[in-house]
Ligand binder design. Structure first.
Ligand SMILES: NC(=O)c1ccc[n+]([C@@H]2O[C@H](COP(=O)([O-])OP(=O)(O)OC[C@H]3O[C@@H](n4cnc5c(N)ncnc54)[C@H](O)[C@@H]3O)[C@@H](O)[C@H]2O)c1
Length: 361
């Protein structure tokens, strides 16, 4: 399988199951001494991914491992403090490098720890979930949560390099694959009709060649990020599906015993925001039908009650992007074309939620 190289904002992304040689050369060029390479893992990336790096790259036998518990609860300032301490106690200096081997929790956390330690040391991302491959590992947003508020503390800081090894997905549970797939669907919708047509010709369960999909999904995210690295305008196109999706994710976290994953909530957001796009931004009815059909075929329908609309809308009101009774959306004028900063009235948001609930599955 060929290695793909994407040029990002001052760094490169290498994708392929054979990038081990590239990782080896990258590490050797810095002539790191023992313990100068730190690898951040969680229980799962340590168990499933680290052994493959150790057996392919000798230098990995000498690295210093930093392990944190898996899950979003780890993304806190307290964990940062523990990691900064471990770096200090193990002699990390400004020439050290931190390799984040794991999902988006680790690249957000490790990127922030590295970018603030001694005013910034190098860091490298080796994403191991589909979501982190196509989304979290690139774009330079790193940070942690505070008091349950997501990504409240953070900075913009790019990795030195990103290595993507698609075969790491072999051990990823199906639900986590589907979690990342929602962002892939979004990328296809916002970028070009041609990508959407290619993607929507296949169902999630039929996809075998993940590398090809990861290649173009990373290209798309990289395109929007490179145009607007500090997220001041154009990059908001990437928010498609997220205004309502985030609110449903937060609602589910507060009310469900087994809450929705981020991507599962975004899939609902994609349907509701496509409905709104058809009503006020000119998205053609046949494209709306296509989107609904594809999303419902690939993601489970979520049942909530219309009595919950007020709670969901209250959550949206607390989103800093929104003001008063109007919400700030990215909307599609057609598949592959979008408008940012569109004010949408509360009543239409409500209508879109009802539309989702009314869909017969
Ligand atoms: N910075 C950004 O631009 C950006 C973008 C999107 C999401 N994010 C962040 O990413 C985080 C979510 O990332 P995620 O979905 O990757 O979650 P995650 O990092 O929690 O990983 C999900 C689960 O998969 C396990 N896992 C990881 N790799 C595995 C493998 N190869 N085999 C088996 N299990 C494996 C992990 O241990 C964890 O239990 C959130 O904190 C979100 O805020 C950041």
């Amino acid at each position: 399988m060929e290695q793909t190289i994407i040029n990002a904002n001052g760094y490169s992304i290498f994708i392929g199951n054979d990038v081990f040689d590239t990782i080896r050369s990258y590490l050797l060029q810095y002539e790191f001494k023992e313990n100068k390479i730190f690898v951040l893992v969680d229980e799962n990336s340590r168990k499933y991914c680290l052994p493959r790096l150790v057996s392919n790259i000798q230098l990995f036998q000498q690295v210093h491992i930093l392990e944190v518990p898996p899950g979003e609860e780890t993304k806190t300032l307290q964990t940062c403090q523990e990691l900064w301490l471990q770096l200090t106690n193990n002699g990390a200096d400004r020439n050290s490098v931190l390799i984040n081997l794991g999902g988006g929790v680790l690249s957000d956390l490790g990127g922030f720890v590295a970018s603030t330690f001694k005013r910034g040391i190098r860091y490298v991302n080796i994403p191991t979930t589909l979501l982190s491959m196509v989304d979290a590992s690139i774009g330079g947003k790193v940070g942690v949560d505070m008091n349950g508020l997501k990504n409240q503390i953070g900075v913009f800081s790019n990795p030195q390099v990103v290595f993507v090894i698609p075969e790491f997905l072999d051990t990823l549970p199906d639900r986590q694959m589907s979690n990342g797939f929602a962002e892939i669907v979004k990328h296809a919708l916002i970028y070009e009709k041609h990508y959407w047509d290619e993607l929507s010709a296949k169902q999630f369960r039929e996809i075998k060649n993940w590398k090809e999909i990861i290649d173009w999904s990373m290209e798309i995210k990289n395109y929007f990020v490179t145009e607007d690295p500090l997220d001041t305008g154009f990059r908001k196109v990437l928010n498609y599906g997220h205004t309502i999706g985030h609110a449903i994710e937060a609602f589910s976290l507060q009310h469900d015993d087994e809450p929705l994953l981020h991507g599962e909530a975004i899939a609902i957001g994609l349907i509701c925001e496509s409905y709104i796009s058809q009503k006020v931004a000119g998205l053609p009815q046949d494209e709306l039908d296509e989107i609904i059909h594809y999303v419902l075929n690939n993601f489970d329908h979520y049942s909530f009650r219309s009595g919950n609309f007020d709670l969901i809308i209250d959550i949206m009101k607390h989103d800093k992007k929104n003001t008063g009774n109007q919400f700030n959306f990215t909307l599609l004028t057609s598949i592959g074309n979008s408008l940012i900063n569109q004010q949408v009235d509360i009543s239409l948001v409500r209508e879109s939620l009802q539309f989702y609930l009314n869909i017969q599955v």
